[in-house]
Design a binder for this molecule. Structure first.
Ligand code: CTP
Length: 235
């Protein structure tokens, strides 16, 4: 067999010796990574998400005793050890997987950078560059987080919902707007205009928004941010 990465062995050991399993018995569904929308058989539209934040949350939640299901868009990261990981490509595939798994969960964390739009007329054949200009018509994808929050209300589900907001400006205003618009319990916001945090970086710096107020979490590795986020929101 293949040996686990040393870092993963350390993490498993930490889990064994960590007395504080504050998420024991909790079922958590997490989405992570980007989504991809095909333009033609060889091209797609996507975004700069690496999946690191969502994967870190999945690992830390498992270490804290939770039963985790991870739904991941295309990411170069390996499926975390011992976590059921479902790979999807498009926003619609992610939506189908979320619908299949959401009922019976205690917590839903929507860390994926879901593409807002898909290409309306997907071309079965590779598009040739024989035109000066090419116009693609895009249509809106379903908002998965808003859909989950609406089901929570409709069925009076005992479910805590968490969304992310990656913003380049007016972080507080947009985060508060998303909290209301989507109906989530928490929005975790980060500023992606700084190159050293956010998207492909190993570090992040976030602010948690809820109806009760806001709580900043200082710059740290995504693993540490994930651990602090889970404690702050669910302990
Ligand atoms: N989200 C989702 N489904 C979508 C779009 C977003 O579930 N189709 C979720 C993301 O996973 C994230 C939150 O909604 O948790 C906010 O995503 P973001 O892209 O920041 O917000 P949008 O609603 O897409 O607004 P905008 O792109 O205009 O900032």
């Amino acid at each position: 067999g293949r040996m686990l990465e040393p870092a993963e062995i350390i993490q498993e050991l930490n889990g064994l010796f960590k007395p504080d399993r504050y998420l024991a018995g909790q079922k958590i569904l997490i989405t992570a990574g980007p989504t991809q929308e095909a333009i033609d058989p060889v091209r797609y539209i996507s975004n700069r998400s690496s999946g690191k934040m969502g994967y870190a949350l999945a690992k830390q939640a498992k270490l804290a005793g939770a039963e985790v299901v991870l739904i991941s868009g295309p990411s170069n990261l390996e499926a975390p050890q011992g976590i059921k990981t479902i790979r999807v490509k498009t926003a619609n595939e992610m939506f189908v997987a979320v619908k299949e798994h959401i009922f019976g969960q205690d917590i839903f964390i929507s860390a994926a950078a879901v593409g807002d739009y898909k290409v309306k007329d997907f071309s079965d054949l590779k598009i040739k560059n024989n035109k000066e200009n090419l116009t693609l018509t895009l249509e809106l994808n379903i908002d998965i987080l808003a859909w989950v929050c609406a089901r929570k209300l409709e069925f009076n589900l005992n479910l805590i919902t968490v969304g992310f907001a990656a913003e380049t400006h007016d972080l507080e205003r947009y985060a508060k707007e998303k909290l209301m618009k989507k109906g989530a319990d928490f929005i975790v916001a980060n500023d992606v205009s700084c190159e050293d945090i956010g998207f492909d970086s190993d570090e992040n710096e976030v602010v948690i928004f809820s109806r009760a107020g806001m709580m900043p979490i200082q710059k740290a590795s995504k693993e540490i941010i994930a651990e602090k986020l889970l404690r702050e929101m669910f302990k």
